[in-house]
Design a binder for this molecule. Structure first.
Ligand code: ATP
Ligand code: MG
Length: 408
């Protein structure tokens, strides 16, 4: 992609009311556009990143047997009234049509998915099954000051699983937890898992996946030696206590952002909808259900918060909008050729072909945060070299032009 053709341009400033680092950098870099507090549009650069995150999530969900669906986000009110969510869930957006019909906007979709699965799962032979979707969610959040980490409209992957018995549920629960760690790792993040109470309806155990970042809205206590980690809100322990698990270290507290969670829903929703299947003995039985959420746009915000530096964003290679940022300083003809070579070799290149000062190109490149910066100038060409710098490295290295495609 030629930067002269790129729809967005970098900006010196983010909107005055933007308080969060993630949105500030993403807006200045031309990744997202702020429509109002908690609502952002994704622009070409931002959508490339989000698509890559979603594809990592999709691959991991498919690998554990999840089947992708796309559930409507405009919901009838009946199922919400049936489960109690209509009155109980404070973030639920409710609408009334001009014909006085009531609707809800999807904030999570047990209310739609449970009766949907009920239509297709009749017998123990149809279970277990897991369906998931990746799409928009709507929540009437009171505070939306964390940029794309807390939206009123945001992206989420939500999966729902149905099982005949607790052992089978527990088996799948563990598999999902592993796949969540794979996702965070592939996104360049280091996540911890906390044990927490089950939220709105469930007395059962749930797990929250946390990434340490000052921009997070959760406070956690964790051990630096073992994997002990709890949400401070519910913890009996406090900072400085000996780790109750390994006893080898003192607990530390930190700010963290919840990038996903998994819930054991038991039979709550199956009972609400009268969803039974025929078990092996021929008895009608309620299935057990789990739900597994992951904020895809929050994940993108957390990557920005956790990995950026003073100069801008630092994308991990796996989700970067492009792999290479090619900067032509005073050697357009040769840079054109290298751009063609690299793209022909299948490398994703953003080519800064703008008529701009070197300093501006360097600053924009750091802000946008593409993993490899390649600078082509008359000076380096004289010795047949290109200057290659990783976004994470302090200094550049000189690479012979002929070796560039292989090197990258
Ligand atoms: P939080 O405590 O941060 O409000 P939650 O407990 O309400 O999260 P869930 O309802 O379980 O979260 O949603 C699943 C996932 O969706 C969360 O783990 C988080 O990653 C993401 N998420 C939740 N609310 C938002 C939001 N307003 N904006 C962006 N992502 C969100
Ligand atoms: Mg919430």
């Amino acid at each position: 992609m030629r930067q002269t053709q790129l729809f967005t341009k970098t900006k010196k400033l983010a909107p005055k009311d933007e308080m969060s680092k993630n949105a500030e950098l993403l807006i200045r870099g031309g990744f997202v556009h702020k429509e109002m507090a908690g609502v952002y549009s994704f622009l070409p650069l931002g959508l490339r990143v989000l698509n890559k995150i979603e594809n990592i999530v999709r691959a991991e969900m498919n690998a554990i047997g999840g089947q992708e669906i796309r559930v409507a986000t405009l919901h009838p009110s009946d199922p919400w009234k049936k489960t109690g969510g209509w009155d109980k869930i404070d973030v639920l957006f409710k609408l009334t049509s001009r014909t006085e019909n009531e609707y809800a906007l999807g904030q999570s979709e047990e209310e739609i998915v449970t009766p949907l699965v009920q239509e297709y799962a009749f017998s123990y032979r149809d279970l277990p099954l897991a369906v998931y979707q990746i799409g928009q969610k709507y929540r009437d959040e009171l505070r939306a000051k964390s940029g794309i980490m807390r939206g009123r409209e945001f992206g989420m992957k939500d999966m729902y699983s149905f099982h005949t018995n607790q052992t089978d549920f527990n088996r799948f629960y563990e598999i999902v937890k592993k796949s969540y760690f794979n996702i965070y790792e592939r996104c360049g993040l280091n996540a911890k898992v906390t044990e927490a109470s089950g939220g709105n309806f469930s007395e059962k155990i749930s797990y929250e996946f946390m990434v340490l970042t000052e921009a997070g809205e959760d406070d956690i206590l964790y051990c630096e030696i073992c994997e002990y980690c709890v949400n401070l809100e519910i913890a009996k322990a406090k900072e400085g206590d000996a780790c109750p698990k390994c006893q080898k270290s003192k607990l530390r507290s930190a700010k963290a952002s919840e990038v996903g969670n998994v819930f054991d829903l038991g039979q709550k929703y199956a009972k609400d909808f009268g969803f039974t299947y025929m078990d092996e003995a021929g008895t009608r039985t309620f299935p057990l259900m789990g739900c597994y959420g992951m904020g895809t746009t929050r994940l993108m915000g957390v990557i920005v918060e956790a990995l950026s530096d003073v100069s801008g964003i630092v994308w991990p290679e796996s989700v970067a909008p492009f792999r290479v940022h090619l900067l032509s300083l005073d050697a357009n003809e040769q840079a054109e050729e290298i751009y063609k070579q690299l793209t022909d070799a299948g490398v994703e290149v953003l080519y800064d072909d703008r008529d701009a000062r070197a300093g501006e190109k360097f600053a924009d490149s750091d802000l946008i945060g593409i993993p490899y910066r390649v600078v082509i100038s008359q000076r380096s060409l004289a010795s047949g070299l290109a200057e290659v710098k990783r976004r994470t490295a302090k200094s550049a290295e000189m690479v012979p032009l002929g070796e560039l495609p292989n090197f990258l």
